[in-house]
Ligand binder design. Structure first.
Ligand code: BGC
Length: 442
């Protein structure tokens, strides 16, 4: 252990001057709404027009990736990135109910082909927080009757993409989507009900189960054998504020159970525990081909709600930086079901790029030494982008974006990431150049 400011971090002194071989591939992740831009009739544009984005920034601007994707893919290729998790925008593909825009599907298809030409493997997220407004008005995922609407979209996309993409995430972070929109009320549609939240998670679990089967069936019929399907699970470490306080202990266990325990079991295994419901009475079985973990932080619990301890390393949004948590959450998934692990998101809000290299180093080495069957790590995110409620004010990217000019500039952390991606390893020289001297603030 070495002291750094008031915080400690693991420097793996036992490795001495060794090269750290990662043993998994490095990639980057994005979501369509956060990068593409465009005035579309969807829930987040609507939320913006209702005045909810804290810094007033408009998702219609974002990174203008819709027009600049070729430049962005070129940059990824040059940075040595070989894995890319991308989103597609449902409201673009199906702007009104049952009407599919062939030209938008064609455009996404062309993007997938370009990625493959560049040697970058795509992993497509079918749903990442945003709904077309016509779907929102029908009650979105609060109603099991809306399941066929989602499946029709999935079928259209998977058929169209054919062999251009063989790996899918059905739904991104069902717990975060449901809590944000139906429990906390800060996200669209702004509701605040515990039971409604549980209903939404139950409907999403049914959607995932059916989509998992459908994608396999469609691709099998088309003669493809390399299909892999999962869902992106947002997991945290929950710890009691006062470990000796029995109420804090109970609240910790309850938070972990409700926020991620029940969710993982329902989505990965089709096993529904209270308060979730098996709305379609589906038989339990494995419903993921790999674990997809989105990990950011540790929560400190003293009641119901999310807390952060007073003294700890924090990012620019005040989230605790807790690198060991990435392995702890991976282990939890592995305990439920032994499968290859993809970290499908991990990253931090660091507006000055002052500690992202350290953050990367700490999380990657925690994973590397975890003994878990990690196959890939997708950093969140490639470019600074539209960060939901925070708008453009929270920067998570390896590449800086000047939103006014849309100029992209690789950050120091982006250079570090690129070198690691190319080498598949961290050398002592890289560590000295990028990591040494970077400190978290507390
Ligand atoms: C989401 C991303 C988001 C990131 C950082 C995740 O919960 O999937 O869309 O940008 O966290 O807040």
């Amino acid at each position: 252990m070495k002291t750094m400011g008031s915080h400690h971090y693991n420097r793996h002194p036992e490795r001495g001057d060794c090269v750290i071989k990662l043993g998994f591939e490095l990639g980057v992740a994005c979501a369509a709404t956060q990068v593409e831009g465009g005035e579309l009739d969807h829930s987040w544009n609507d939320w913006y027009h209702k005045g909810h984005i804290k810094d007033g920034s408009d998702p219609a601007r974002a990174n203008d990736h819709y027009h600049l994707w070729e430049e962005d893919y070129g940059l990824m290729r040059d940075m040595g990135i070989r894995q890319y998790r991308l989103g597609i925008e449902w409201a673009r593909i199906e702007p009104s109910e049952g009407v599919f825009e062939e030209k938008e599907l064609e455009r996404y298809h062309a993007m997938l082909l370009r990625l493959r030409e560049y040697g970058i493997r795509p992993l497509v997220t079918l749903h990442h927080f945003t709904n077309p407004m016509w779907f929102e008005r029908k009650g979105a995922f609060t109603k099991i009757d809306n399941l066929p609407i989602f499946l029709r979209f999935v079928e259209k996309v998977v058929r169209y993409f054919g062999d251009a993409c063989c790996e899918y995430l059905t739904i991104n972070e069902p717990n975060v989507y449901a809590m944000g929109g139906y429990y906390g009320g800060q996200w669209p549609p702004g509701e605040a009900s515990f039971w409604r939240t549980q209903q939404v998670i139950s409907v999403l679990a049914a959607c995932h189960a059916k989509a998992y089967e459908l994608i396999h069936k469609l691709r099998e019929e088309a003669g493809f054998t390399d299909t892999r399907v999962g869902f992106a699970h947002h997991a945290r470490v929950f710890a009691p504020k006062n470990p000796w306080n029995p109420w804090h202990q109970v609240a910790t266990r309850l938070s972990a159970y409700l926020f991620q325990g029940t969710v993982l079991r329902a989505f990965a295994l089709g096993q529904y525990r209270w308060p979730l419901k098996n709305l379609l009475k589906l038989p339990g079985k494995r419903l993921v081909d790999f674990h997809a973990l989105n990990y950011y932080a540790r929560s400190t619990v003293s009641g119901l709600g999310d807390g952060v301890r007073e003294v700890c390393p924090k990012n620019d949004l005040g989230w605790e930086i807790y690198p060991q948590g990435i392995a702890a959450c991976g282990r939890e998934m592995e305990r439920l079901l032994s499968l290859p692990l993809y970290v499908t998101e991990n990253g931090t809000c660091d507006n000055q790029d002052a500690f992202r290299c350290r953050y990367l180093y700490d999380h990657l080495t925690a994973l590397q030494s975890s003994g878990l069957p990690v196959e890939r790590y997708y950093h969140w995110c490639f470019c600074d982008n539209f960060e939901w409620l925070e708008g453009e004010s929270a920067r998570f990217g390896l590449v800086h974006v000047d939103y006014a000019t849309q100029k992209r500039t690789i950050k120091k952390s982006g250079q570090f990431f690129s070198e690691m991606a190319k080498a598949g390893a961290i050398t002592p020289e890289m560590e000295a150049r990028y990591v040494k001297g970077e400190e978290y603030h507390g």
